[in-house]
Ligand binder design. Sequence first.
Ligand code: FE2
Ligand code: FE2
Length: 222
Amino acid sequence: MAKQQDSNIAVSFFNIHNIITRGLQVSLESVQRILQGGFQGEMDQEGFFNYIRALSSVLNAHHLTEDDLAFPYFRDKLPEAPFDNWMYWHKKMVVILDEINLAMEKCEKKDQLEAGLRDMENALSRLKEGWPYHIQPETDEFINKADALVPVEEQLRLVKLFAEYVLQHALPLHLTVPFMLYNLPMEDRQVFSQWIPAEGILNLVPTSWKEKWESMIPFLLA
Ligand SMILES: [Fe+2]
Ligand SMILES: [Fe+2]
């Protein structure tokens, strides 16, 4: 039998929003630190780019989950909620994510590293600035109301469905799964990890995937 907390749609959306909120904060602070003082070694450089890659992928996967599954499911149940407006904002954020991905490519060319980092700072600043204005109405008009509209067992089914969809699109998983887990404090991480459908994935994080993501550890929570 599912526990209410495990199956609560609101908790799952709060968690993913909190992951992205921290991801944007850490990414922006890090790019500003690097622009001032440079990378502190190869591990710092690898960790920074892995962290940005994971943020971009998770944010995109979250929006796809809302556009393709969550919003269509709740559209009739919440006729007042401005789903089309939110989907429009998702499209605008895709443009900024594309800028971030281009900036990352620029950084790979040695003579364009600083220009790439400046482009990234610019794009991340705009994304971080707009983010609260996107998630606040989503929280007020969708997330806080969704809980009362759907029975607990149905919420459990939906939360699993949404988690599976995120994992289908948030690639590569060896970066995005640890990124999602360790941008949450321990207590929330335990609840969040119950929604990850393939148990094998959780076993891979501390074992065979570790060397692929461990450069991100200084950017993550313990
Ligand atoms: Fe959204
Ligand atoms: Fe959202």
